[in-house]
Write a protein that binds this ligand. Structure first.
Ligand code: BTN
Length: 250
């Protein structure tokens, strides 16, 4: 990652003004967390690499982190914008960027997966630190042209969709520019999210604490919770949490 080149495309005030880049690293989220807890870091500091050895995903899963992709974590100092809707911003930013600049029909799957068709092109993991930072970690499959057998049907990359090799530095800056604009412009992020999802009105397959069920998605609450209806008519607002796994087949 050529940090200087990436920063030459930036139009942000805080995202990516400070960058720690690694040729290879265990996990950018782990590094960001360590740095925050050891000494504190500046708001918007970005940790970035093209290859992780111990990438972490949601629900305690690992995140395959081969080369040629983007793995980044951004540190946010806690303030009142860090609420239950916080995880929606990066997913909306990435989806808009893919739709508008890369002509890829990406859509958001609650709360913050980014899919193309039924395949995942990116994942997001937000984690708090004990000393009042929030870390937003995102992995975007960019120039990978083949996935392991286990991931072939569930993952895709920009290169596999467009056939083009993407400049990761430029892409990263575009992502940070879009993200900062959304985050600082008092955007109604739930409204934006709703324009970018295909979930509303769909019956989804869910595994909830080991139990499989089907529910209908009816909306998104102002808190960013998924509004669903059970087959018996009961309605609920769901918060994203461990043990709640929604299939991409809808
Ligand atoms: C998911 O399971 O969907 C979330 C995946 C999040 C992966 C990113 S890659 C950059 C950052 N570092 C990590 O170890 N995880 C996140």
């Amino acid at each position: 990652m050529d940090t200087k080149l990436m920063q030459s495309y930036l139009s942000t005030k805080f995202l990516g003004q400070k960058v720690s880049a690694f040729d290879i690293v265990d996990s950018t989220n782990t590094q960001a967390k360590l740095h925050c807890e050891e000494k504190g870091v500046t708001n918007g500091h970005v940790y970035i690499t093209n290859r992780q050895t111990q990438g972490r995903g949601t629900d305690g899963n690992s995140w395959a982190s081969d080369g040629d992709n983007l793995y980044l974590s951004i540190v946010f100092e806690y303030d009142d914008k860090i609420d239950t809707c916080f995880p929606l911003y990066p997913a909306v930013a990435l989806t808009k960027l893919l739709n508008e600049h890369y002509k890829i029909e990406a859509h958001v799957k609650w709360p913050n997966d980014v899919l193309v068709g039924q395949q995942k092109i990116a994942g997001i993991l937000c984690e708090g630190t004990f000393n009042h930072y929030m870390i937003m970690g995102m992995g975007v499959n960019i120039n990978q042209s083949k996935f392991s057998d286990a991931l072939t049907n569930i993952a895709t990359s920009i290169k596999m969709i467009t056939g083009a090799e993407i400049n990761i530095e430029k892409f990263t800056a575009q992502l940070l520019n879009t993200y900062e604009k959304l985050f600082t412009n008092s955007t109604d992020i739930c409204k934006e999210w709703l324009t970018l999802t295909k979930m509303i009105g769909k019956i989804i397959n869910v595994e909830q604490d080991g139990v499989n069920k089907q529910v209908t998605v009816t909306g998104l609450s102002q808190e960013g919770f998924l509004q669903i209806q059970h087959p018996n008519g009961d309605i609920e607002d769901w918060m994203a949490r461990r043990g709640l796994d929604i299939s991409t087949q809808y």
